[in-house]
Write a protein that binds this ligand. Structure first.
Ligand code: VGL
Ligand code: ZN
Length: 201
């Protein structure tokens, strides 16, 4: 059983990030049984849901560019993605095998057309807060465990921001899967470790 002060943060286990989805992460659905079991062990559970308007600036089609290429946005470099997790679509729904009942809160992110939001805490400008830190602090949470998709993008960015915000952070890698774009997994692991995030199986 986790401590009373530790929350489980479940990142983006949505149809579009699972096999058959628009931005499928290999084996993305394989983590779900363990995530469902973990949710029973934590006093607080938060689910995040990538939730983009149809004309989101992270979509390659908006820039006549190839998916997985990079552009400069006013807030910094941005990878361009296939259209995914569009608000109200089946791809944006949670995977049907994921238990939703244990969730205390569902946090949607990436809903502003002009800025992406990998992290559950800040949009990709690194300054616009989502409100999650305040929610967790008001509930007396000091420690966080992260699971979900994708390890090298939304999980890593969330875990690093959480550590910077002063939470004690671990990532349960066995309950995550990565996109691994041009070394992004190795880079994300190094950045997490450098931020003080503990990587566990
Ligand atoms: C994610 C790319 C684009 C993620 C979300 O959940 O890791 N990756 N949007
Ligand atoms: Zn997205």
């Amino acid at each position: 059983m986790a401590e009373a002060t530790e929350a489980l943060i479940v990142i983006d286990i949505q149809n579009d990030f699972c096999p058959g989805g628009a931005l499928a992460v290999a084996g993305g659905d394989a983590i779900i049984p363990r995530v469902n079991a973990l949710m029973q062990e934590f006093p607080v559970t938060v689910l995040t849901q990538d939730w983009h308007p149809e004309e989101h600036s992270s979509f390659a089609a908006m820039h006549d560019a190839a998916p997985f290429s990079q552009i400069q946005m006013p807030y910094g470099p941005q990878t361009l993605w296939p259209m995914h997790c569009v608000q109200g679509t089946e791809g944006a729904e949670f995977h049907p095998a994921l238990s939703l009942e244990p969730a205390d809160m569902i946090l949607r992110k990436g809903f502003r057309a002009g800025v992406d939001s990998y992290s559950a805490f800040f949009e990709n400008d690194h300054t616009t807060p989502t409100g999650l830190a305040g929610y967790l602090r008001e509930r007396g949470i000091t420690d966080l465990a992260f699971v979900g998709l994708a390890l090298d993008f939304c999980v890593a960015w969330s875990a690093i921001d959480a550590a910077k915000l002063g939470f004690t952070v671990r990532v349960l890698e066995g309950a995550c899967r990565a996109i691994d774009l041009e070394g992004s997994l190795a880079a994300a692991r190094a950045a997490m470790r450098a931020a003080g995030v503990v990587l566990e199986e």
